[in-house]
Design a protein around this ligand. Structure first.
Ligand code: NAD
Length: 433
């Protein structure tokens, strides 16, 4: 059992803290957001993440998981500290490291001997050295030893606990191999492959992995656009491609593209890093362009089917960037709704969990419904923007009679085109006949 501090209690930090406590470690979570801590101290979650509440509750009850806003408490007798603060995009498309630098400085000021500082935040290549410099400069004595290890996180929101507990691999990188091996010990109960590498390579593995998955999505979306021109069905094309083990079925669903707090910012930041070093990352730029175009496609398609958007009532099914999360960062729905409003449409929306956040993010102009049927009420068209499971079991006949005009643009291909037409809908998916 180790004593571990986790700095930053968002999707990644809270999952890390709760899972490590569940594995038997003594974990103190540190966050500067007092509101977040108040919620956590009641064993409630400040975010929506299936399965996490149970772990948080169990950790708190066992006394192995506690919270503080004071980093010195989080570091008391700690052997390890995880950095899991946000690294949002800055104005130039790079990663904003403000929170990370502040946290590193605080760790330095409160440094305990032999601490391993483990960076889980997604950071530009070389940031491990930056963290090292900051900690070294802010510590009270250069006799206090520490190491920095990069440990990129690959969990997905919506299945974060499962992904943490059953990772495909753990990547560790640093200049100090012994420190990386100490971190590997923490993961031993998970019985997964551990790849120990140098610092820069570990940081790069994270960007390259996200960029590859984003590329797969943009690739299938490009194929979808071509399928539409050639009268083929992209969902069957994906199925056929996915059966090839060299390709794999994951991330091959055509639709309105990727969003969220990771893919868009990480692809952009990787492109920026390449550009800064004098290399033009052609493919990465195309991946981003295709992704942006998919959002425009939904709006254009609605406009075409409705014969103009001004005064039309458009219902939005799903706001979060993917199911099982309330995260709206870079969600396609936000851009699409803003474009619809700009072109004069009236927008009503429903999402099973993301509506409270949407009310903060969208500046008015949107009304919210209690369920999918509420969204369909007197709607001239519906757009499916998140593939929540509950949308798949909607009573379509009821939906049809609730709508003013039966137009559906299905941005996630959740329904079968033939069936929808049989039911009397004017239905368009992405890349399907
Ligand atoms: P988040 O925004 O949900 O959480 C960050 C937390 O850090 C917030 O609670 C904030 O209050 C806290 N914080 C900021 N500065 C602090 C400080 N000085 N001291 C203590 N706490 C501080 O972020 P997230 O989505 O969990 O992402 C964290 C990092 O992990 C990012 O770099 C992200 O790219 C990466 N990542 C995220 C995911 C994901 O699915 N969200 C997956 C893999 C990697």
């Amino acid at each position: 059992m180790s004593r571990i501090g986790v700095v930053g209690l968002g999707y990644v930090g809270l999952t890390t803290a709760a899972c490590l406590a569940d594995l038997g470690h003594q974990v103190i979570g540190v966050d500067i957001d007092e509101g977040r801590l108040t919620i956590l101290r009641k064993s409630k979650l400040p975010i929506y993440e299936p399965g996490l509440e149970e772990l948080v509750e169990r950790g708190t009850r066992s006394g192995r998981l506690s919270y503080t806003s004071r980093i010195e408490k989080g570091l008391e007798q700690a052997e390890f500290v995880f950095l899991a603060v946000g690294t949002p995009p800055d104005r130039r498309g790079g990663a904003d490291l403000t929170a990370l630098k502040v946290a590193a400085e605080e760790i330095g000021r409160n440094l305990v001997d032999n601490l391993v500082v483990i960076n889980k935040s997604t950071v530009p290549i070389g940031t491990g050295d930056l963290v090292s410099d900051i900690v070294a400069k802010s510590r009270s004595s250069d006799k206090i030893a520490f190491s920095v290890v990069s440990n990129p996180e690959f969990l997905r929101e919506g299945s974060a606990v499962n992904d943490f507990m059953h990772p495909d691999r753990v990547v560790l990188g640093g200049h100090d191999r012994v420190a990386a091996e100490r971190v590997a010990e923490l993961y031993r109960p998970l019985e997964c492959p551990v790849l120990i590498t140098d610092l820069y390579t570990a940081e790069m593995i994270k960007y390259a992995s996200n960029a590859f998955l984003a590329t797969k999505i943009s690739f299938i979306n490009e194929i979808a656009r071509i399928c539409e021109k050639l009268d083929a069905d992209v969902s069957v094309v994906s199925e056929g491609m996915g059966m090839d083990r060299r390709i794999g079925a994951a991330f091959l669903d055509a639709g309105i593209g990727f969003g969220g707090s990771c893919f868009p910012k990480d692809v952009k930041a990787l492109a920026r890093m390449a550009q800064e070093m004098g290399y033009h990352p052609e493919l990465l730029h195309t991946v981003m362009d295709i992704n942006r175009d998919m959002r425009n496609l939904v709006v254009d398609r609605l406009e075409e089917l409705l014969g103009g958007l001004r005064g039309q009532r458009v219902g939005i099914l799903g706001l979060s960037y993917k199911p099982n999360t309330d995260d709206l960062r870079e969600a396609p729905a936000i851009d699409i709704i803003e474009a619809l409003l700009k072109r004069g449409a009236q927008v009503q929306a429903y999402d099973p969990v993301a509506m409270p956040r949407a009310k903060q993010v969208l500046n008015g102009g949107v009304t919210y419904a209690r369920d999918a049927y509420g969204v369909a009420k007197k709607a001239d068209a519906l757009a499916v923007l998140t593939e929540w499971n509950q949308f798949r079991s909607i009573d379509l006949k009821r939906l049809r009679t609730t709508m003013r005009r039966p137009v559906i643009v299905d941005g996630r291909n959740i329904w079968e085109p033939d069936r929808m037409r049989e039911l009397g809908f004017v239905y368009r998916g992405i890349g399907r006949r």
